[in-house]
Design a protein around this ligand. Structure first.
Ligand code: ADP
Length: 432
């Protein structure tokens, strides 16, 4: 086609040259012919240059009107356009898959068959303290240094995940790790931080063990008495002894009842969302608590009451009554006879309100204070039991404080006494 066109053009120039030679004279024809052919060659090489420039930059539009090249460039251009479009789509799909992998709440690491790291998402970097790209190509088994994971990795397949304890920023984290094989010889590692779940599970196990232990002691005593009574001849005990046995059994039953009631109170606090806060008349509530606590003390302690009668709180009345009387009961329990208990309810400079119970009792050493609100934690188990404590009072009080956006503050000094206070924020305070 190209050669045919060239042949026709050259023939056209020759006819033109012959025509000019016939009209003007001999040399003029040759001059016209040579000039035309030179121009034609120049024009061709110029168009070739345009084509060659486009071949090096195929992402731009091809040059227009380049003669015979138009037929070649048009399909080439369509092809490169289609390829560029496919490539962009593949790139976008890849990018969106990577973004999805980055957004996963679990860690993901892709490994080759020798467990060398190829890629990992942000969560995995954090979980395994990886540093990409520096760690790319490193063997994960060497980096982790967890023998249980090395043994797991060398299994033939991994139907179940394993728990691995890893040091992380000076703390131990429990990581659930699951390997999976993909693409014939690749490995995928999924990591999940289960430290919190493990902690909760340990707390739950300890709690069940504690509850069983707490209930077993009075139950054993009660069963012992009942067995003795069952096996004794009816007339072996006189009325006074029988009454004494019954009193002891009643005491143990009461202890179990107190534990169960406190456990139910805790469970209600944990499971119920909490009612809408209402203005609670705290001075009236403290008046009732005062009668109960002075009856409990039975004149063994001196009391001082300093109550702001104008200060009410938004909250749940029964919960507040329970928290406030728990602190009062403890003050009576842990203050020897003759001690002083000072109860205050007052507004603070920040607009909040404070309820404080100060005693001159046995006090608590500093190492116990952070653990006092744990369930069943007691400084002196024997003393708490003898005083009728369940070990749950402060756990309940702390829960109630949290539900009222309040803070439980404890200061104490052994042998000098303690102050337990509830600080309510200004938003909770209402004038009576
Ligand atoms: P308990 O039923 O044993 O009193 P709490 O949860 O109320 O349980 O208190 C936990 C522990 O805190 C108590 O066993 C006791 O050792 C200590 N404690 C609480 N209040 C006081 C106080 N006012 N003075 C000294 N120790 C206290």
């Amino acid at each position: 086609m190209i050669w045919l066109r060239t042949f026709f053009l050259v023939a056209l120039w020759a006819i033109l040259a012959l025509l000019v030679q016939w009209i003007i004279g001999d040399p003029a024809g040759w001059i016209v012919f040579c000039t035309a052919v030179t121009f034609m060659l120049f024009w061709r090489s110029w168009r070739l240059r345009l084509v060659s420039h486009w071949a090096n930059h195929p992402d731009t539009s091809p040059p227009a009107a380049v003669g015979p090249w138009d037929d070649i460039l048009a399909p080439l251009y369509r092809y490169t356009r289609a390829r560029a479009r496919d490539l962009a789509e593949a790139r976008a799909a890849m990018q969106s898959m990577l973004s999805a992998a980055q957004a996963l709440p679990d860690g993901v690491v892709t490994l080759n068959e020798d467990f060398q790291i190829e890629w990992c998402n942000r969560v995995a970097r954090h979980h395994l303290s990886l540093n990409l790209p520096a760690d790319r190509g490193q063997n994960l088994l060497n980096l982790l240094r967890a023998p249980e994971f090395v043994a797991y990795a060398h299994l033939d397949d991994w139907p179940d995940p394993i728990l691995v304890r890893l040091a992380h920023g000076g703390q131990e984290r429990v990581m659930m790790m699951h390997l999976a094989a993909y693409a014939s010889n690749r490995r995928l590692l999924i990591t999940r931080d289960v430290t919190q779940i493990e902690k909760l599970e340990t707390t739950r196990r300890d709690f069940v063990a504690n509850v069983s232990h707490e209930l077993r002691t009075p139950l054993t005593v009660l069963t012992g008495f009942l067995e003795t009574l069952r096996d004794m001849p009816v007339d072996a005990l006189d009325d006074a002894q029988r009454a004494q046995y019954q009193a002891m059994m009643f005491e143990q039953a009461q202890r179990m009842q107190a534990i169960v009631e406190d456990l139910l109170a805790l469970s209600t606090l944990e499971s119920s969302p909490g009612s809408d806060p209402r203005a609670v008349n705290v001075p009236a509530l403290l008046q009732t608590a005062r009668q109960q606590i002075e009856a409990l003390s039975a004149g063994r302690h001196t009391f001082s009451w300093d109550i702001d009668e104008t200060l009410d709180i938004l909250g749940a009345e029964t919960e507040l009554a329970s928290a406030m009387s728990n602190l009062l009961t403890n003050a009576v329990r842990y203050t020897p006879d003759g001690g002083k208990i000072t109860v205050r309810w007052y507004s603070e400079s920040d607009g909040g309100a404070r309820y404080s119970v100060q005693d001159t009792g046995i006090g608590i050493s500093a190492l116990h204070i952070p653990r006092l609100t744990e369930r069943f934690y007691r400084v002196d188990r024997g003393r708490s039991r003898a005083a009728g404590g369940t070990g749950l009072g402060l756990a309940i009080t702390k829960h109630i404080a949290i539900r009222h956006d309040a803070e439980l503050l404890i200061t104490s000094e052994p042998s000098r006494g303690s102050t337990f206070a509830l600080h309510f924020s200004a938003e909770r305070v209402v004038a009576a």
